[in-house]
Design a protein around this ligand. Sequence first.
Ligand SMILES: NC(=O)c1ccc[n+]([C@@H]2O[C@H](COP(=O)([O-])OP(=O)(O)OC[C@H]3O[C@@H](n4cnc5c(N)ncnc54)[C@H](OP(=O)(O)O)[C@@H]3O)[C@@H](O)[C@H]2O)c1
Length: 244
Amino acid sequence: MSLTHQRVLIIGGSSGMGLASARRLVQAGADVFIAGRDEARLQAAVASLEGRAVGIAADFTDPEALQALMIRIGRLDHLVLAAAGAAAWGPFAQLPVEAVRTALNTKLLGYWQSLQAALPILRKDGSVVFLTGAASRVAMAGTAGLAAVNGGITQMAQTLAKELAPLRVNVVSPGLVDTPAYDGLPADAKAGMFAGAAKSLPVGRTGLADDIAQGVEMLLANHFATGVLLDIDGGARMPLRDPT
Ligand SMILES: NC(=O)c1ccc[n+]([C@@H]2O[C@H](COP(=O)([O-])OP(=O)(O)OC[C@H]3O[C@@H](n4cnc5c(N)ncnc54)[C@H](OP(=O)(O)O)[C@@H]3O)[C@@H](O)[C@H]2O)c1
């Protein structure tokens, strides 16, 4: 199905997989709005899209900002939730419950209230795509916090695909993808982490933001797809290295 002049809002569209999705959707002829907190980052993203998208600053943890965002946009066909929240990493026994609470309050409840705020302006048979994360699909020590947040979003999406029908509700679960999310790591630590992950994956490499954007575009355009959980993770669920 054509995405030409479909109105799409991508929250988290100023970086990484959200921005790659914006690039694909602009190329497909959609009318794209991107949101994030940092105005300068948004404007840089709009410039990288050659001005073919509209950037609006909003924090998805702030209900009033979400309300204002939806009023400004007025009408939507699709919503993509690609924003990051605070990450709760680390061994379960030592991970402070406050870190998990913050992670749930940002990403899970951020997605929740973004969709609630968008519903009044979202076409009844439009669609929403949630970006979750492979930590909720692959059992990896030290990622129980990520699993809880992303698993919660995955499960709520399944229920919403039924409750909000004919709105289509789908999930893309990315594996390790090279995005600015890792810019804070020392270069050698990042390179080591990505090289180690690449070796363990059947595809022999880690992900690019556009690998995920392809899945987002397909789920927006395919009117027969709802309740889909699309793993785009290089095969992280079937790593090459067996436990010894
Ligand atoms: N990269 C990976 O390996 C990976 C793997 C699995 C899952 N994921 C998930 O995939 C999604 C996209 O990740 P990414 O790596 O593409 O992230 P990214 O490059 O760090 O981009 C994150 C985006 O979210 C926006 N954002 C963050 N907090 C926000 C808030 N409170 N309100 C509004 N916008 C906010 C950021 O803009 P501002 O900072 O300006 O607000 C930015 O546009 C995230 O949900 C992440 O958890 C990532």
